[in-house]
Design a protein around this ligand. Structure first.
Ligand code: PLP
Length: 232
């Protein structure tokens, strides 16, 4: 049976609202992003028709093929690891980059954004678990990195992103979400000019409710919307 995207989205919105209520938060403060890697444009359009406006993609080549087909009515978010030499191909396609984790990448994004006369919203990807296989910056380096990024005129720092280690128990992710939230608050208290330290991009299909309880403002949900992914 084909996945029913409309009812999946309704179900997720109910679970988001319940998680927000449990933690005394306003559901309107949490953005649902649909992660559409491997999902063909016609399925993405179904999600658009069902009211989703934020989409996340991981792979440069796939994004270059799909985003122009759907167009810029949606807000496009790069959530995958981004090689510096690929920035020139994607900077005009995305509105936000969630995976900024090194100065070389930030500088290239700033340069290419300037050439395209646009400002990119960026999140700093943090490796809160310290797991060697994960992308992202060490927590102790993030404050200094935010200061360095804050002076790049065509980037606008909005907050932090993380991806905890894989586990089949969503509770295992909670300490990492708590850690990211604390780090965001610490950096926000520095009041760095030009920096908005408001957003926390955390939580996916298996753990978005825990992430909302711990302060997520953007959740990135793929399989719960589109069904299992089919890689080619
Ligand atoms: C694929 C991916 C997601 C979505 O994962 P699901 O488990 O399908 O919800 C979220 N964030 C990142 C960075 C991803 O690569």
């Amino acid at each position: 049976m084909e996945t029913d995207i409309v009812s999946n989205i309704m179900n997720i919105r109910q679970r988001m609202a319940a998680a927000a209520e449990r933690s005394g938060r306003n559901p309107a403060d949490i953005q649902l992003m649909a992660v559409s890697k491997t999902v063909p444009p016609e399925r993405i359009r179904e999600a658009l028709d069902a009211g989703i406006t934020w989409f996340g993609e991981n792979y440069v080549q796939e994004a270059r093929e799909k985003i122009p087909v759907i167009g810029q009515n949606a807000s496009w978010h790069m959530i995958g690891h981004l090689q510096t030499n690929k920035v020139k191909y994607v900077v005009h396609l995305f509105h936000w980059i969630h995976s900024v984790d090194r100065l070389e990448l930030a500088k290239e994004l700033d340069k290419r954004a300037a050439q395209n006369q646009r400002t990119l919203k960026v999140l700093i990807e943090v490796n809160v678990s310290g797991e060697a296989s994960k992308n992202g910056m060490e927590p102790s380096q993030v404050l200094e990195f935010v200061r360095q990024t804050s002076v790049l005129p065509n980037l606008s720092v909005q907050g932090l992103m993380t991806m905890p280690p894989y586990s089949d128990n969503p509770e295992d992710a909670r300490p990492f979400f708590i850690a990211l939230c604390r780090l965001r608050d610490e950096i926000a208290s520095e009041n760095i000019p030009g920096v908005q330290m408001k957003e926390l991009s955390m939580g996916m299909t298996d753990d978005f409710e825990v992430a909302i309880e711990e302060g997520a403002t953007i959740i990135r949900v793929g399989r719960a919307i589109f069904g299992e992914r089919h890689y080619q």
